[in-house]
Design a protein around this ligand. Structure first.
Ligand SMILES: Cc1cc2nc3c(=O)[nH]c(=O)nc-3n(C[C@H](O)[C@H](O)[C@H](O)COP(=O)(O)OP(=O)(O)OC[C@H]3O[C@@H](n4cnc5c(N)ncnc54)[C@H](O)[C@@H]3O)c2cc1C
Length: 385
């Protein structure tokens, strides 16, 4: 970045905090499949994860642009925002659609770190990306809803106090439009496991705490419904542009990390009597990845600009996520390749970051689904599903 970067102060401050958590810290947490508690606590205490919470509720009231810079810097430092990014954007649903009383109850506590709202439960095992077919039902009984069903890949449940849950409140067969009849709820995770929620961790390729959830007559007080019953799918969609843009920023941070590491290594590693970086066969994939990271970054800023101006930004948010996930993956591939065998050694951290950044081709939205969005909603091609 140039010295004219308007966010240099944020970058410097986040970098200074992240510098207290060097490679060894993140490597150890990964090896132990642990949660980076101290890192997340430090980010929370410094207020970075409350960037998007308005000042009246105890946050710093920054825009998506600044929030994206924070996420980028965390990943550029060698950390993994995936451990805590939910704390930054999950509250957006509450902020936009919650009642005044809910906002006053939740937002200051999320801002201070007293409560973590790091979990959002949407995906189900039998329906996957076809979200409107979800089967988890919440049935109103007096002053509560009774939830039955199943979710999969629900992250950070064990490091969150509250969860946002998407469930059907009207069966699919009884709604005019398939996007209607779903609602979102705040579920108190501190007590849910004694009241009908079973949490089963899924061992996976990255150090990402994620779980299968089983709901058996879990009761949720009606006052924990967010917004209007039946409108939950629309509320979730409203939040996706912010989520996609922030995850794009994480990928951009990863991309910079890979390029920084591989350029340094390629300058220093001597084979056949010269630095490997002197060979154009080594230079070109790195240069290409750098160009793609920079281009993705511009699309990220455009998505942020529109979002912060309150304008529609669906195409830009999706394109930023697509470009950034692709760029970080290409940077990861070049970084691993040109570290040769050392790329596979834990102590170089390349294989860890390589695994972490691969996730973003699939979650929270897969590349094909972004292409489908652009084909249909931007280019006007016929719907394919
Ligand atoms: C580590 C991890 C953490 C996650 N955390 C969460 C979380 O906290 N909360 C949550 O709700 N979910 C979470 N997810 C779920 C994630 O959002 C989904 O895995 C993702 O959206 C893809 O859905 P799926 O796995 O059901 O794939 P499927 O929908 O089964 O799709 C499988 C593949 O087929 C492709 N495909 C499907 N349909 C089409 C089509 N019509 N055209 C072209 N290609 C198609 C997809 O692109 C994908 O590559 C997480 C997933 C992972 C792996």
């Amino acid at each position: 970045m140039t010295t004219q970067d308007p966010h240099q102060d944020i970058r410097d401050a986040v970098r200074a905090l992240c510098a207290e958590f060097p490679d060894e810290y993140h490597r150890r947490v990964d090896e132990q499949r642990a949660y980076p508690e101290a890192f997340v606590d430090a980010l929370t205490r410094a207020g970075w994860l409350a960037a998007l919470i308005p000042q009246e509720y105890g946050g710093s009231g920054l825009g998506l642009t600044e929030a994206s810079v924070i996420m980028e810097e965390i990943n550029r430092s060698g950390g993994n925002s995936g451990a805590c990014h939910g704390q930054m954007y999950n509250m957006g649903t509450l902020l936009r659609h919650g009642s005044r009383a809910q906002k006053e109850q939740f937002l200051p506590r999320i801002a201070s770190g007293e409560w973590r709202l790091q979990t959002m439960a949407v995906t189900e095992p039998t329906t996957g990306t076809d979200t409107t077919k979800i089967k988890t039902m919440a049935v109103r009984k007096g002053d509560r809803y009774v939830v039955n069903g199943q979710k999969v890949w629900i992250s950070r449940v064990q490091h969150s106090d509250w969860m946002i849950l998407l469930a059907r409140t009207t069966p699919l067969a009884e709604v005019k439009r398939k996007s209607e009849g779903m609602s979102i709820f705040l579920v108190d995770l501190r007590t849910a496991q004694q009241r009908g929620l079973t949490v089963r961790p899924i061992a996976n390729m990255v150090n990402h705490e994620t779980n299968e959830l089983f709901f058996e007559d879990l009761e949720v007080p009606a006052e924990h419904l967010i917004g209007e019953e039946g409108q939950g799918f629309r509320y979730i969609l409203d939040g996706l542009n912010a989520e996609r843009t922030l995850i794009a920023a994480e990928c951009i941070g990863d991309g910079h990390w890979f390029i920084d590491r591989v350029t340094k290594y390629a300058r220093e590693r001597v084979v056949f009597g010269r630095p490997i970086g002197q060979n154009q066969g080594v230079q070109f994939p790195i240069a290409q990845a750098h160009i793609e990271v920079q281009a993705a970054s511009l699309m990220r800023y455009e998505a942020c600009r529109l979002f912060d101006a309150g304008q529609p930004c669906g195409p830009q948010a999706n394109m930023a996520k697509y470009l950034a996930a692709k760029a970080s993956w290409e940077a990861a591939d070049a970084c691993l390749q040109f570290h040769g065998g050392f790329g596979f050694a834990h102590e170089y951290d390349v294989e860890r970051k390589f695994r972490e950044t691969r996730l973003y081709q699939v979650a929270p939205i897969s590349t094909n689904l972004i292409l489908s969005h652009v084909a249909e909603h931007v280019l006007g091609l016929p719907r394919s599903f």
